[in-house]
Ligand binder design. Sequence first.
Ligand code: AP5
Ligand code: MG
Length: 215
Amino acid sequence: MNIILLGPPGAGKGTQAQRLVEKHGMRQLSTGDMLRAAVKAGTPTGLEAKAVMERGELVSDAIVSALIGDELDSMGAESGAIFDGYPRTEAQAESLDSILEARGRKLDHVIELDVNEDALVERITGRFTCASCGKGYHDTFEKPQVEGTCDKCGGHEFKRRPDDNAETVRTRMAEYRAKTAPILPVYEVRGIVSKVDGMADMDEVTAAIEAILAK
Ligand code: AP5
Ligand code: MG
């Protein structure tokens, strides 16, 4: 199965993708995570992406589509893919069609996380992740069970994203509205879009997504 999780910054794409990975052994393909890894490693892609990401703008279509193609090539054909944060423009949506077709895959579901933008700034500015395993947390909504210790791997170091500040979040949301939301109709005409209430409790969102995948 190949699915897209679509929604603005802080909608819960990463949170829900991690849960699907754990439950179904699918692979999460997050272009944001891939770009952050490239920035950390100081690769040419990372050097090009760093300042763009810090401003909250979109990295070039060619870069992210190449990352997705490479990642799919590194997976077994039987592994399901969860696209998290990709595609984000009409050009990327077109590239994804060709990328999937070339690999004999088809898109099964586009799941839109429907959220109230006003609540997202709080979600994003409170977010942190385990520095060792990447598990996501939130200062208010999802604290580690033992303060300072990762529930998943027992690590003690946590990190926050440099683009998770109120000002950059506004730019990221404006980018979503201008460039990403307009790709939804492309998938709506194919009849593969399902809308989920992303403001519900995390477990309820997971249950709603599971119900769609079971259809
Ligand atoms: P990316 O990393 O994709 O960031 P984003 O789209 O801005 O989305 P986020 O990761 O901020 O949000 P999320 O939906 O994953 O929310 P999460 O689950 O963490 O992209 C970063 C940058 O990289 C972009 O700005 C761009 O520069 C570049 N980039 C990436 N992909 C690109 C592409 N395709 N093209 C061009 N450029 C690209 O949840 C947020 C918080 O809320 C967490 O703390 C979580 O615990 C909490 N939470 C989640 N769900 C709930 C809930 N139901 N109730 C309460 N709290 C919740
Ligand atoms: Mg994310």
